[in-house]
Design a protein around this ligand. Sequence first.
Ligand code: FE
Length: 339
Amino acid sequence: MASRPLFGFTAIAALAAAVGLTGCGTGDDSELTVYSARQEHLIKPIFDRFTEETGIPVRYITDSAGPLMERLRSEGERTRADILMTVDAGNLYMAADAGLLRPVDSAVLRERIPEHLRDPEGRWFGYSVRARTIIYHPDRVDPANLESYEGLADRRWRYRLCMRTSQQVYNQSLVATLIAHHGEEHTEETVRGWVANFGADPFSNDTSVLNAIRAGQCDVGVTNTYYLGRLLRENPDLPLAVFWPNQDDRGVHINVSGAGITQHAKRPDDALILLEWLAGDEAQALFAALNLEYPAVEGVQWDPIVAGWGEFKADTINVAEAGRLQRQATMLMDRAGYR
Ligand code: FE
């Protein structure tokens, strides 16, 4: 991924503030409606900017992915939602699989969003990339001893590894892509090795994993980089370092947050205008930087904190594979004793 740091978070926040208030209106048929699992502070500045540029008002409802998909399902044809926006290709895949999203044929989106970051059938598109990578304590780990996700199963990491719970989608997606690359048998060996190396019970979230490494409960872990970015915004001297694994083979495990047009959208034309607008340079930079992620579109500048971690080779397997193999992944993790 190519790095082009240009402007920082403060500049983006100031821009967002200058744009003014629109956002979550009362709701009538003239408004485009988005169901979003991406939190309000990460989307509101973007929708405000969109409304300012296009005159199309956006109404949004935020919740977790599961409840939003359940709501779409139960509302059926009566839904007011035109767009579903959520994190993780596993969730997007499930929404598409459940018939909640409609295929979109857009030359703009095909050209702008790399093929591996969107649904092969055009029902959803990745708008920001999150890298799930190895984080280590530089005083206790020599990065020369790190190599790959698979390498964390090595005995040298016994009681030194911290991971997030297998109940949450991020590590399910990571394991799903391991299955896609290595098959189930090899992947199960790797996951059993991780479990044997756990220095603590799995954590409920990535930030807890980072805090455990910082506190000395373990030396190494796997998290999305934006969680580290959030901690670094508070404390730039934090003794936590990023390692990019698998650089000699497939590359770093990435995932997306993305969106698609709902099956029963009432304003599909405006919905497509928003989806295409989100793939523009300005929207891409803002969408990624607000959450310290990577833009999906190549050549868009990175936030300086993100750029500080350097460039890396990312896995280009289609992120939809994470969804397709999710059930196999959760069953495998369960068999391997990963809770
Ligand atoms: Fe997250």
